[in-house]
Design a binder for this molecule. Structure first.
Ligand SMILES: NC(=O)C1=CN([C@@H]2O[C@H](COP(=O)(O)OP(=O)(O)OC[C@H]3O[C@@H](n4cnc5c(N)ncnc54)[C@H](O)[C@@H]3O)[C@@H](O)[C@H]2O)C=CC1
Ligand SMILES: O=C(O)C(=O)CO
Length: 343
């Protein structure tokens, strides 16, 4: 359904984009309302009467959506749309669009920052040097912490979209062997994919690049940690919720795996006593605050694409739809706009 004349566009969490990011105004007459942040009980009153909701991480669920008859488009200022009830939107003709491909450099660079730091014991060596351990060494260096090269190591990727593929390209330059996992439980995965369990059992580094959906929640749990190589490291820059944090705690504390690098948690921010926060004393665990995407250029690209989404929708040329495309004559499948429906 098209937007009305002079629609109201409400951005619920503007402060999730840095103040330096320029948001150009949509190219049509509209009323723009911007909130720095929005608490759960403020979502409904703020979106009443709005045709377009813009949000990054504000949850938008059925109980609220059902009370917003004027809403036509939810423009998510991120790739992951797990904060929106896309199934409800799809059933009820509310379009949901996301940002794609903006993070193909920034997230993979963060992934390799974590991988290299863990494989080379960067933080433990820094701590040792700070503690004057070098001065105690009887020769020119010391070997308190393990160092493992990337060359020749196997990288197992879960998710072969824009980020999985970009990580694979960098891995190739390091001389890593890259394997892509098939879907969990699928014994005969598509060509070019290795069975999920085999990827888990044989990879030196496992990196997650799939969306959080009901079927991927808890994708990596106790059974997966039990299968991993003792030196394996797990990288999660995708979403908290993909990994069972209690099982991760057990795997790291017992020395079952070599280490983990996480940029995401469930919930965010994590409370001070959350499982991931309690792991921070470990030298082989690194937690960053969901900033893998936050390279300056990537954030501006995201902001530009965000307004393109709104303009495209208003012009009757929606793109990047993950839900609600049927009424616009577009089919949405597995989070992808895959083409025009046959008429
Ligand atoms: N930490 C951060 O700053 C950022 C995190 N992300 C996260 O990374 C995820 C991936 O981003 P992109 O590669 O750009 O998305 P994408 O949509 O290009 O690729 C996602 C891939 O996951 C695959 N997939 C879907 N369900 C799966 C399952 N059950 N098992 C295995 N694979 C499955 C899809 O087939 C697709 O190949 C996003 O969904 C988002 O949650 C994205 C950007 C920044
Ligand atoms: O783009 C995404 O999915 C992110 O998590 C960044 O907000």
């Amino acid at each position: 359904m098209p937007l009305p004349a002079e629609p109201t566009v409400v951005f619920l969490d503007r402060e999730t984009l840095a103040p330096s990011v320029r948001l150009r105004p949509p190219a049509f007459p509209h009323r723009w309302v911007e909130h720095q942040r929005t608490a759960p009980d403020e979502v409904l009153p703020r979106l009443r009467g709005a045709s377009v909701a813009v949000l990054n991480k504000v949850p938008l669920r059925e109980d609220v959506l059902a009370q917003l008859p004027d809403l036509r488009l939810v423009a998510v200022a991120a790739t992951g749309t797990d904060c929106v009830d896309t199934a409800w939107c799809d059933r009820n003709g509310v379009a949901v669009a996301n940002i794609r491909g903006y993070a193909v450099h920034t997230v993979p660079e963060h992934v390799f920052t974590l991988i290299l730091a863990l494989r080379r014991s960067l933080l433990p060596y820094r701590r040792s040097v700070e503690a004057r351990r070098w001065q105690e060494a009887r020769q020119f260096c010391f070997f308190d912490h393990p160092i493992l090269d990337l060359h020749g190591a196997r990288l197992g990727l879960v998710g072969g979209g824009s980020l999985g593929n970009a990580v694979a390209t960098i891995a190739g330059a390091f001389g890593m062997e890259v394997v892509f996992a098939g879907r969990k439980g699928d014994a005969a995965p598509a060509e070019g994919r290795m069975p999920f369990d085999e990827v888990i059992a044989t990879s030196d580094v496992i990196s997650l690049h799939c969306p959080l959906r009901p079927e991927t929640r808890g994708l990596i749990g106790a059974a997966e940690f039990a299968r991993m190589k003792p030196e394996a490291i797990l990288i999660n820059t995708a979403r908290g919720g993909l990994v069972d944090e209690a099982a991760l705690t057990e795997a790291l504390r017992s020395g079952r795996i070599g280490g983990a690098g996480f940029d995401v948690a469930m919930p965010e921010p994590p409370p001070a006593d959350a499982p991931l926060m309690r792991l921070l004393d470990l030298p082989n665990f690194i937690l960053t605050p969901h900033v893998a995407w936050a390279g300056r250029g990537a954030m501006q690209a995201l902001a530009d694409q965000l307004i393109d989404l709104v303009d495209g929708f208003q012009q009757g040329k929606p793109f990047n739809l993950v839900a609600g495309g049927r009424r616009a004559g577009l089919r949405c499948e597995a989070g992808r706009t895959i083409g025009r429906s046959p008429s």
